[in-house]
Write a protein that binds this ligand. Structure first.
Ligand code: PHE
Length: 465
């Protein structure tokens, strides 16, 4: 039975437009900021390898499942889940999955906007020549000054949130396609310029070795969990962003091809970012495991030394802001679209409300780097020493997104009826369809659950590992 549902929010002009938009969502701070610092903190090669395995085993099947549900439901994830659950005669509690996605979107956007604010600040900082021929310590000082000033962080956080809501208020498909089409290749080009610089001036060999020689002694259940969380985060999976974009996808577009393209492009950009950063880290004796400040302490050193660095550096951070922008839009779109559907309010109002909520939660992150570095409340627990930002980042990427992704897979591969699934996926090759169904039915759910249990230590207690 072919569905005749239509989207009230519009459609992409072509399959390619969807690939661009989904890549715009996927490629963002996750690739350029988070992937390198996570790899740096968690031992390099072994983390990278696990990350790649997670992208292949979990990322690709979940992405297909998300697009499949989105296109069939043709509305915001919350309503898509409600409509599909009714159609497939399942419990109405499935819309809680949509709700968890909306919540994850708010929480992630709240800190995402603060970090994108750092990038905005760096456009000005680099553009005004602050980093020309600086030493490692001087560059570090610029960063410390930024994050210790709540006022500056608040200013940039507010500006980024306003920029995001302006686009969301105008409707997602307008403008986004063109922006992604031009700006993503430009960002990729600059990453390649940085790699060329890293090859000549950085310790390229040390960088390669760090990223690609797995040292399995560095692995722990916690690291495995983080590699998995990073795969979901970087591919924008598990909270409905891709489901939302899938709901604007024309019916004749192949879901499988599209998913592979997005997953591959996203992974390539992350690995290239690592290749640009680590040679500079090692050549300058920087700490690979220093955490979220990594690229902000590393790249400016390179831009400070290279010819035309002021120009390239400023452009690089402008493009990073754009990449973050296209991701931020997709983080909040499920919530915005749901409010419009539910209360029939205008897009403008819906965007204002959602942006406002995310902005307020973002204040917690603004202060996480200065006044409230550690939450005292949790001093006696395993959360000791964590800030509000650490907690948000940890719970959203490592728990909420994988959990959401698994439930999406379970719905698509177990609860949906076989004819509906086949009708929507339209995979001509029977073998390929079966591989997807097998991964989505067994491998992804079991894999993610085992990683969860391992991380909580239950498997050890049962003497299973
Ligand atoms: N994938 C985005 C990035 O890598 C972040 C994101 C996560 C966007 C989840 C949407 C949903 O920066």
């Amino acid at each position: 039975m072919a569905t005749v549902r239509t989207s009230i929010h519009g459609y992409w002009s072509s399959r390619f437009a969807f690939v661009l938009a989904a890549s715009g969502s996927a490629i963002g701070l996750g690739n350029i900021w988070k992937f390198p610092y996570m790899a740096g903190e968690n031992g390099g090669g072994a983390f990278v390898l696990l990350y790649l395995v997670c992208v292949a085993l979990f990322g690709a099947p979940v992405m297909m499942a998300e697009i499949l549900l989105g296109r069939r439901g043709r509305s915001s994830p919350m309503n898509t889940m409600r409509v599909l659950a009714a159609e497939e005669k399942c419990s109405s509690s499935w819309d809680l999955l949509g709700l968890m996605g909306v919540l994850a979107g708010f929480l992630i956007l709240s800190y995402y906007s603060v970090i994108a604010g750092w990038a905005l600040d760096y456009v000005v900082e680099i553009g005004s020549g602050s980093f020309v021929n600086v030493t490692r310590d001087e560059a570090g000082e610029v960063f410390t000054n930024l994050i210790s000033s709540p006022r500056r962080l608040l200013f940039w956080h507010t500006l980024f949130m306003v920029l995001t809501m302006v686009v969301v208020a105008r409707g997602v498909s307008k403008g986004l396609e063109t922006a992604v089409r031009l700006l993503m290749p430009a960002l990729l080009f600059l990453v390649l310029v940085m790699i060329a610089y890293a090859m000549v001036k950085g310790d390229f060999y040390a960088g390669l070795k760090f990223l690609f020689t797995p040292d399995f002694s560095k692995l722990s259940p916690g690291v495995v969990l983080k590699a998995m969380g990073q795969a979901f985060f970087s591919l924008s999976l598990g909270m409905g962003a891709i489901m939302m974009y899938g709901s604007y996808l024309p019916r004749d577009a192949s879901i499988a091809t599209t998913s592979f393209q997005v997953a591959i492009v996203d992974t390539v950009v992350a690995v290239l970012a690592g290749l640009a950063i680590f040679p500079i880290v090692f050549a300058n004796g920087l700490e690979a495991g220093q955490g979220p400040g990594l690229i902000f302490n590393t790249l400016p050193l390179a831009f400070g030394q290279m010819m035309g660095g002021v120009f390239f550096g400023a452009i690089f951070f402008v493009l990073l802001v754009f990449a973050a922008w296209t991701s931020a839009i997709s983080l909040i779109e499920p919530a915005v679209a749901w409010l419009i559907e539910k209360f029939s309010i205008s897009r403008l109002w819906s965007s204002l409300i959602c942006g406002g909520i995310a902005w307020v939660i973002g204040l917690g992150t603004v202060f996480s780097f200065n006044n409230w570095k550690r939450i005292e409340l949790f001093n006696d627990t395993f959360l000791a020493g964590k800030s509000f930002f650490d907690l948000l980042e940890y719970t959203t990427s490592n728990i909420m997104l994988p959990l959401g992704g698994v439930l999406i897979c379970i719905f698509a591969a177990w609860f949906m009826r076989e004819p509906s699934r086949r009708d929507e996926l339209q995979i001509a090759h029977e073998g390929a369809y079966r591989v997807w169904r097998f991964l989505a039915r067994y491998i992804t759910p079991l894999g993610v659950i085992l990683i969860f249990l391992h991380a909580i230590g239950i498997l050890e207690k049962l003497h299973i590992t």
